[in-house]
Design a protein. Structure first.
Length: 113
């Protein structure tokens, strides 16, 4: 994949993530399905490529793993920050640090989860 193709894919991923409303989450895999032409891992790379403050309108914190958990970030600080932002938006975590998709899951534009 060339840099230009990657940039276009990331732009499509970011456009989809921008549609996730506050208080809702979705998975890397679901974003990949909705965008098409990519994998959950590619969505993860796109989220990781966001530099702090460079694209503040992409709500990266609303994308979590298929187990309903926050994926481990390099230093661990990002995990705590992601959780704090989500909790501030009203997302709740259970005693196993998981989000209930039936309550907080975003299925995508007008689709059941």
């Amino acid at each position: 994949m060339t840099v230009t193709q990657s940039d276009r894919l990331y732009d499509r991923i970011y456009a989809m993530v921008r549609r996730i409303p506050p208080g809702k989450v979705t998975t890397y895999g679901r974003v990949a399905e909705l965008v098409g032409g990519c994998t959950a891992r590619m969505v993860g790379y796109a989220m990781a490529a966001l530099k702090r403050g460079t694209t503040p309108d992409v709500p990266w914190q609303r994308v979590i793993n298929a187990k309903g958990k926050i994926s481990v970030h390099g230093d661990g600080i990002g995990n705590a920050m992601q959780r704090a932002i989500l909790e501030n938006e009203g997302v709740e975590f259970d005693e196993n640090d998981r989000v209930d998709f039936s309550r907080f899951g975003w299925p995508g534009p007008d689709e059941p989860y």
